[in-house]
Ligand binder design. Structure first.
Ligand SMILES: [Zn+2]
Length: 325
């Protein structure tokens, strides 16, 4: 006997189909790698939960499994383990299905109408990722989010059949899935990994229990070419040694289009130049762009250029190291 699927789903052999499904949904959401973390341990556990559900939700596979399980516990108490092993192999191997592991979202996000009167149970919370830019995080934004929601079929009321004929609306499933649009206001100054809670927009509650909540996990995308400091944008631009000495104009892309940045003669390496109002906007206030100038030595110099640099060296009368002494 390899795994105790009942133990994995925290149920017993006498649990009903609904209870198996409910336990599975609860655990699958709890241990979903997107929620619990993408570590090998969690992925293994998540697979195990799905594997258990694959077997226990299928009446034929479950019957085979139960037989093997009962035999195993009997054999363990009476005979040698060798015999158990041999006999167990002759039954349909429940592990076979784990190779065809498939994760059924429809199982996770669906609810069958419960016939028995049971205590109210709160629906599970749902977590969903939302990615925003750093500008949206600072200034605030509104995002439209589509979430798949499952509801009891309005035509058959979850009964699956109407006058003995399969319901045409839900094709006998008893429920329908539709996308619900949310227009979510993301407040200015939101931090990475913040959660926004949409009350009762999660999984439907059972037996009159309240719905779960929908949590949006905000991910702030870090820009590649610049950093931010409050409303200011910090950017580094490269200039050539002769631009540093002679001065010049450099085109700098900003949020409000390209700006011509004036490099004054004798610009030092690491010098900062402020472009007023070219930063991030928040409540009609604009930050600045702070450009740090980095003198970059050209890599592929021609013979002519090297000759001219040598000539410069010869005629230069200034001893720059003298100042450092
Ligand atoms: Zn229906």
């Amino acid at each position: 006997m390899t795994k105790d699927y009942y133990k994995i789903l925290d149920i017993t052999e006498s649990s009903s189909t609904e209870e198996i499904k409910s336990a599975y949904r609860h655990l699958a959401r709890k241990w979903h790698p997107d929620v619990a973390g993408n570590t090998p341990d969690i992925i293994a556990r998540f697979k195990e939960i799905n594997e258990a559900y694959e077997i226990l939700s299928d009446s034929l596979k479950k019957a085979d499994y139960d037989k093997a399980r009962r035999f195993y516990s009997y054999a363990k108490n009476s005979y040698s383990k060798q015999e158990t092993k041999t006999n167990y192999k002759t039954t349909k191997n429940p592990n076979k299905t784990s190779k065809n592991f498939s994760f059924k979202w429809e199982d996770l996000f669906s609810h069958k109408k419960e016939r028995d009167v049971k205590p109210p149970r709160k629906g599970d919370d749902i977590y969903s990722d939302v990615e925003i830019s750093v500008f949206e995080a600072v200034s605030g934004t509104t995002k439209v989010i589509n979430m798949l929601q499952t509801n009891i079929c309005p035509k058959c009321g979850g009964r699956r059949f109407i006058n003995g004929t399969q319901c045409s609306n839900c094709k006998g499933k008893g429920e329908t899935s539709t996308y619900k649009r949310f227009s979510v206001k993301i407040p200015a100054g939101i931090k990475d990994k913040s959660k926004i809670r949409l009350a009762e927009e999660g999984e439907k509650g059972l037996n009159g229990g309240r719905n779960g909540d929908l949590y949006l996990i905000i991910h702030v995308r870090e820009p590649k070419n610049y950093k931010t400091d409050g409303l200011n944008i910090l950017k580094t631009i490269a200039i050539t040694p002769y631009e540093a000495v002679l001065g010049g104009n450099v085109t700098v892309p900003t949020l409000r289009g390209n700006v011509s940045l004036k490099i004054t003669p004798q610009t030092r390496n690491g010098q900062k130049i402020r472009l007023s109002g070219c930063g991030i906007e928040q409540n009609n206030k604009f930050g600045d762009m702070i450009v740090t100038v980095e003198i970059e030595i050209p890599k592929n110099l021609t013979d002519e250029e090297i000759r001219l640099y040598k000539r410069l060296q010869e005629i230069s009368g200034e001893n720059i190291r003298e100042r450092l002494e």
